[in-house]
Ligand binder design. Structure first.
Ligand code: CTP
Ligand code: MG
Length: 227
């Protein structure tokens, strides 16, 4: 079975608010994007990975990744994450059987979680890494008054990678675009087709770098958003 990975790296990092998109910030001397890509480059099951990047960052991305094992190419992203991932899907080789989608902004992904997602998606067709919610989650109205407290034991924080049988994912994407539906992850598009998506254990360290607090302290110094 052939496994391809799409790394979504075409966001602008509005919530991070750094000068350059967060995937190009450095942690321990490596850019976030390189750290993320290396994890897939080194995975035992992965045959190749594609990176979707912003139109102004194609050269920079190419430069960072061109010599990395299993690097297969670059697609130019779109306005929403969903548009970007679809650009990656359009690039997949004919013989791809399974697709993993991963956020470039999750550089702490472990080999173990990648393996679990691939194994479960090969077994079930669709699998997603997730961890139990730690905080209490409530809904709130416009007045700032809480309206509902959700049962925490039924809630999960959804991570990437998310793995799918290729045709299943492409069909789900086409359905979403036809209905003008935009989701915040890939799995929701599969869920909307009625196909079951299975959970595998993610890792609390597999955070999505989103705001400055998510960057290790030493990387904030001198970047214009030091503590
Ligand atoms: N992403 C993408 N194309 C987009 C938007 C997001 O490929 N049009 C990617 C990001 O680069 C990131 C991942 O999807 O790796 C998760 O998105 P998010 O954390 O929201 O990143 P940004 O959209 O860059 O951040 P923000 O929402 O704060 O602007
Ligand atoms: Mg975003």
């Amino acid at each position: 079975k052939k496994v391809a990975v799409i790394i979504a790296a075409a966001g602008s990092g509005k919530r991070m608010g750094s000068g350059i998109p967060k995937q190009f910030l450095e942690i321990e001397g490596k850019s976030v994007l390189v750290k993320t890509a290396l994890a897939f480059s080194q995975n035992q099951y992965v045959d190749g990975f594609f990176v979707v990047t912003g139109k102004d960052f194609v050269e920079r991305t190419e430069e960072l990744l061109k010599s990395m094992d299993k690097f297969m190419g670059i697609a130019v992203g779109g306005a929403e994450r969903q548009d970007s991932v679809y650009k990656g899907l359009e690039m997949l080789p004919e013989d791809t059987d399974y697709v993993l989608v991963h956020d470039a902004a999750r550089p702490f992904i472990t080999q173990n979680v990648i393996d679990l997602v691939i194994e479960k998606s090969v077994e079930k067709g669709a699998a997603v890494a997730a961890v139990p919610v730690k905080d209490t989650i409530k809904t709130v109205d416009e007045q700032g008054v809480f309206t509902n407290t959700l049962p925490r034991d039924q809630l999960r924080c959804i991570q990437t990678p998310q793995g799918f049988q290729k045709e299943l994912l492409i069909k789900a994407y086409k359905k979403a675009f036809a209905e003008n539906y935009y989701g915040t992850d890939d799995a929701v598009l599969i869920e909307r087709t009625g196909f079951p998506v299975h959970l595998v254990d993610g890792d609390y360290s597999n955070i999505k770098i989103t705001t400055k607090e998510d960057m290790p302290m030493e990387c904030r110094i001198g970047t214009g958003y030091d503590v």
